[in-house]
Design a protein around this ligand. Structure first.
Ligand code: GLC
Length: 414
């Protein structure tokens, strides 16, 4: 059995590699996560009073685009509407719960998409499929599905090219008829090149779906390589993760990822051929969170050091190369890049410096014997390499004194 070839839009999506997820809505004003209405159960009217204080005065779409670019990200997925049912875009009367009925009045999705187009970032749209505040969701299923399609049609036709749609919520009623075929038809009609994703949720990571779905999701997990043998369609994979423990901002959530952790998650996603979509939750009125912005800028220094947007992180694909531990290889055209992880030793840096002449080898299997030379991508220094019978021994040593890049990439040449 063979594996199908990816459609052009799907391999283009895989090349994007690293994206920024943005969860922002009315809930951001409460700063207790995006599920706060569900858990605290205020009355609907009380909750929706948050619309009266939604000014978006701190939202600057160009700054958001800059943050993503600085991190080495190539796309942004914005929650145009989350489960609370409030739209960051002008629904043109389809719903009362949209940004035009707040003091803000600006169409924030328009600002977002235009800033992405200006900045060379691919705009993607997250859209809930469930709705806590639209009565049709409970009492008029077909009417609700028509409303959802009409909403998506507006997004498809109002703002120019959209890179993709990321749906979320079908897991809430696994047995319902979500009319996904009709929904995806709307997208294919107006935005045939858009990627379609429909989050299968934490309990069903990596599960396939309708034939129009272009990428499977791994919400907060390690993506598994996808077995595509005999599959009717090549689907991409995307792992989404958040910088702390909530998607929407949460003032008392201190459980933040470090830049090192994000670098590793990015590399391990690529090892499985998946994209990484890393989330931030802007503040009440759309300001960019300080810690996450700084941490992602650090990650961006690392991606820039490892080939930037033309480096193996983006164009690299899994190949037959295997290794011990967390190490792995990615192929770009006929070039090979070996990712070396966990080079850090727990001794202090002075001890490490005096010790760094010691050889320390890593083994990779499935490497073509025509590769003769290896060098570190971050500084061009040569690395001892010996390839025999498909087994490469790479003398990785330890980090030179004054450095620790978390994951180091060796570039092999012939
Ligand atoms: C979940 C949650 C949601 C979040 C999403 C992101 O399914 O319902 O709040 O938007 O995951 O992956």
């Amino acid at each position: 059995m063979t594996s199908p070839r990816p459609l052009d839009r799907i391999s283009a999506f895989e090349d994007l590699a690293f994206g920024l997820f943005v969860h922002w809505g009315l809930y951001s004003q409460l700063a207790r996560g995006e599920w706060v209405q569900h858990f605290e159960k205020p009355g609907r009217a009380d909750y929706l009073r948050l619309m009266d204080s939604f000014t978006a005065e701190d939202f600057d779409a160009d700054a958001l685009v800059l943050l993503a670019k600085r991190a080495g990200m190539r796309y942004i997925t914005l929650t145009a509407r989350h489960h609370e049912g409030f739209s960051l875009y002008d629904t043109d009367g389809l719903s009362d719960l949209d940004v035009t009925r707040t003091p803000c009045r600006r169409d924030l999705v328009r600002e977002f998409v235009e800033a992405c187009h200006r900045g060379g970032i691919v705009p993607m749209i997250y859209h809930t499929t469930l709705d806590w505040n639209d009565p049709r969701f409970e009492s008029d299923w077909d009417g609700y599905q028509r409303y959802l399609r009409a909403s998506v049609e507006r997004l498809c036709t109002g703002y120019g090219p959209i890179g993709g749609f990321w749906f979320d919520g079908n897991w809430s009623r696994p047995d319902a008829d979500w009319q996904v075929g009709e929904l995806y038809d709307v997208i294919r009609r107006h935005q045939p090149e858009a990627i379609i994703v429909n989050n299968t949720g934490v309990d069903e990571r990596g599960r396939g779906g309708h034939a129009e779905v272009d990428a499977v999701t791994f919400e907060r997990g390690r993506p598994e390589p996808i077995d595509r043998n005999g599959a009717p369609k090549y689907v991409a994979a995307e792992m989404c993760h958040t910088m702390n423990f909530h998607w929407g901002t949460a003032a008392k959530d201190f459980n933040f990822l470090s830049p090192a952790h994000v670098i590793e998650e990015l590399c391990f996603a690529r090892r499985a051929g998946a994209n990484l979509l890393m989330n931030i939750g802007p503040s009440a009125q759309g300001g960019l969170p300080e810690y996450e912005s700084a941490a992602l800028a650090k990650v961006g220094e690392w991606t820039a050091l490892h080939g930037g947007l033309n480096g193996p992180l983006y164009q690299g694909r899994p190949c037959g190369v295997t290794a011990e531990g967390e190490d792995f290889g990615l192929i770009v055209g006929d070039g090979l890049y070996l990712f070396v992880t966990r080079q850090t030793r727990t001794a202090d840096t002075v001890y490490l410096a005096s010790d760094d002449q010691e050889p320390s080898f890593r083994t990779f299997r499935g490497v073509d014997s025509s590769f003769r030379r290896a060098e570190w991508l971050d500084d061009g220094t040569a690395i001892g390499l010996d390839v025999h019978d498909g087994v490469a021994r790479l003398d990785v040593g330890t980090y030179p004194y004054g450095t620790n890049t978390v994951v180091r990439i060796a570039k092999l040449s012939r």
